[in-house]
Design a protein around this ligand. Structure first.
Ligand SMILES: [Zn+2]
Length: 260
């Protein structure tokens, strides 16, 4: 519930642009909206986030005059990032780019499924409308989703989501079982990236882009949470004829080898 941080009438509340009038304040001095919602903006964690944002926006406006005005007018990122939802792998931060420079889609274990309209809609907008030049599938070592996919399947939503990855793990069972627990997870993290690069390349979105001559390359990267470093898995595909050869060339694909 809300703490008793006073809310001044007329001061912006947790909703951008929303202002509380004196008439909307209840007797506990919390604004009506926050009291009703109980997941209040007066929670210390949320208050810190809002204050962080206020300071960040002020700093950006001071250091880069006109930055937000330019972003409001248009976005023209050159990169679509498809990564894991893991809180330790935030796209913009780890590649050190500003808002507006990378279009982002994230889900558990950076999956690209041809029945996932969320991911496909993001890809279509990025490729057909924004005309990004690069799609980066980025996995990370020690991925919890990949680890779960190596466990006996659970009857849960996350189990359903990871089922295709479990199938990939099963395909490489013999090779993966020869590794230590940690290496097994990390090896499957790399294989997963390569698998998703292949899926990206096989979407009609990317196929059509290449067919109409659009310059577009798909890459597979992996991130080390332990050292903050990205590595290129060298699985770059720039056209339909390169898919199999690029995936087979990838270093991780050689141990174990991606089947033809
Ligand atoms: Zn992950």
């Amino acid at each position: 519930m809300s703490s008793d941080v006073p809310v001044t009438p007329g001061v912006a509340c947790c909703r951008p642009g929303r202002r509380q009038s004196a008439a909307r304040l209840d007797r506990t001095v919390n604004c009506v909206y926050c009291t009703v919602m109980s997941g209040s903006c007066h929670d210390p964690t949320l208050s810190r986030l809002l204050e962080n944002n206020r300071q960040w926006a002020a700093r950006m406006a001071k250091d880069r005059p006109g930055f937000f005005e330019r972003l409001a007018a248009q976005q023209s990122p050159e990169v679509l990032w498809i990564g894991c939802s893991d809180s330790r792998v935030p796209a913009n931060e780890i590649i050190d780019v500003l808002p507006g420079e990378v279009f982002v889609h994230r889900n558990v274990a950076n999956q690209v499924m041809h029945v996932d309209f969320n991911c496909l809609a993001v890809m279509q907008y990025a490729v057909a409308t924004l005309a990004v030049r690069h799609i980066i599938v980025c996995g990370h070592y020690g991925c919890g989703g990949v680890t779960a996919a190596l466990q006996p399947r659970e009857t849960s939503l996350i189990g359903n989501w990871l089922y295709p990855l479990s199938e990939v793990a099963a395909r490489y069972r013999a090779e993966l079982s020869a590794l230590s627990d940690r290496d097994r997870v990390d090896q499957l993290c790399e294989i997963n990236v390569i698998e998703q690069v292949r899926h990206v390349c096989q979407t009609t979105i990317v196929e059509r882009a290449w067919r109409r001559g659009q310059r577009l390359a798909v890459h597979g990267w992996i991130y080390g949470i332990h050292n903050g470093r990205l590595a290129d898995l060298e699985v770059t595909v720039s056209g339909p004829d390169e898919i199999d050869s690029a995936c087979a060339r990838a270093p991780s694909a050689r141990r174990p080898r991606i089947p033809g």
